[in-house]
Design a protein around this ligand. Structure first.
Ligand code: SAM
Ligand code: SF4
Length: 328
């Protein structure tokens, strides 16, 4: 295997796969208030097609996969896909990003199929606020049970993703951080990104620097050394804490220079950057009988055109697809 790298010499070894654009929640920072246009079922890649693309990507040097959505667990038979992907010899890490509402039902089955870890999105510890943020009938209790089930199944470490919005949930920063002291909670605070097609994002922006200042009321945040994870989060720990606190700063401090990822949309488009509308269609050639070599060439084309960095600071956000279509 030669390994895959882009035109800025960044090694590319990570593919995030959105398995569906459907979701059972409607988070205010992710879904526009006016509802969404869903993809037609025929447009969505079958598990066999996802497997074929993942295998071609693995032959080029991808060794890490993450399943996302929409909500990946609303697609039926997800453990079956995990099992297929885990048969690709050179893939050594398969993880899942989920809203956690269906995790209790599937955690053990996913683990048995070969899933290694989960990230769960959880933006509040207050039941009534959960309904407000997710605009849904889903419940906080279901998510907390899902997290517990994931731990019991050994899908660890369970990381919690919190999108911080001023006036919505920023008053809970200390409550989340407090949870990391006594329990092994790994909380990652994410800066709010503007929602595609929306004039203003739901809730106000809070920078990671501001979050950190507020959290230091609980004590000094010590950097975790050596640094943990190989993603964009920077991790810290409060003195004596069992868990960790991470910050993901797509807005205030981009991490493009370290970006190692590609994204596959549920309708089979390969996007080398979350925040650019450039994408390469893999579904049409796949359904027209493209060879494995041709598929690999298309993947290489997307990698070669991976932008150096996003342009959010200059006010550019992708217009074509909201995050629930690209997987965040
Ligand atoms: N439904 C799953 C979930 O919520 O974890 C997976 C898909 S969701 C699009 C993936 C991640 O994107 C979530 O952690 C979510 O918090 C994040 N996300 C969505 N919209 C965002 C925004 N406007 N700013 C920052 N993060 C966002
Ligand atoms: Fe659904 Fe995840 Fe978007 Fe929330 S963040 S609406 S759970 S896809």
């Amino acid at each position: 295997m030669t390994g895959l790298s882009d035109s800025f010499q960044r090694p590319i070894n990570y593919l995030r796969i959105s398995v569906t654009d459907r979701c059972n929640l409607r988070c205010i920072y992710c879904m526009p208030p006016g509802g969404v246009q869903l993809m037609s079922h025929d447009d969505i890649l079958s598990y066999e097609e996802i497997y074929t693309i993942a295998r071609a990507a693995a032959e080029l040097g991808i060794d890490k996969l993450r399943l996302t959505g929409g909500e990946p667990l609303v697609r039926s038979g997800l453990p079956e896909l995990v099992e297929m992907l885990s048969r690709i010899e050179t893939i050594n890490d398969i993880s899942l990003t989920t809203n956690g509402t269906l995790l209790k039902r599937y955690a053990a089955e996913l683990k048995a199929a070969g899933l290694q870890r989960v990230n769960v999105s959880l933006d509040t510890l207050k039941a009534d606020r959960f309904e407000l943020i997710t605009r849904s009938g889903g419940s906080l209790g279901q998510v907390l049970e899902g997290i517990e089930a994931a731990r019991e199944a050994g899908l660890e470490p369970v990381k919690l993703n919190v999108v911080v919005m001023s006036g919505i949930n920023d008053d809970e920063l200390l409550d989340f951080a407090d949870k990391t002291i006594a329990e092994e909670w790994h909380v990652r605070f994410i800066e709010l990104m503007p929602l595609a097609g929306e004039a203003a994002p739901a809730g106000g922006f809070v920078s990671a620097a501001d979050m950190k200042r507020r959290l230091e009321l609980l004590g000094e945040l010590e950097p975790c050394l050596p640094s943990i994870g190989n993603g964009p989060a920077k991790y810290f720990r409060l003195a004596q804490a069992k868990g960790t606190i991470g910050f993901i700063t797509p807005v205030s401090e981009h991490f493009c220079f370290n970006c190692n990822r590609l994204r596959l949309t549920a309708d089979g488009k390969l996007r080398p950057c979350l925040l650019s509308d450039y994408e390469v269609d893999l579904k049409t050639p796949l359904r027209s009988g493209i060879s494995q070599a041709g598929l690999k060439e298309s993947i290489e084309e997307a990698v070669a055109n991976k932008p150096r960095q996003h342009q959010m600071a200059e006010g550019y956000v992708p217009r074509e697809r909201p995050f629930f279509q690209v997987g965040g």
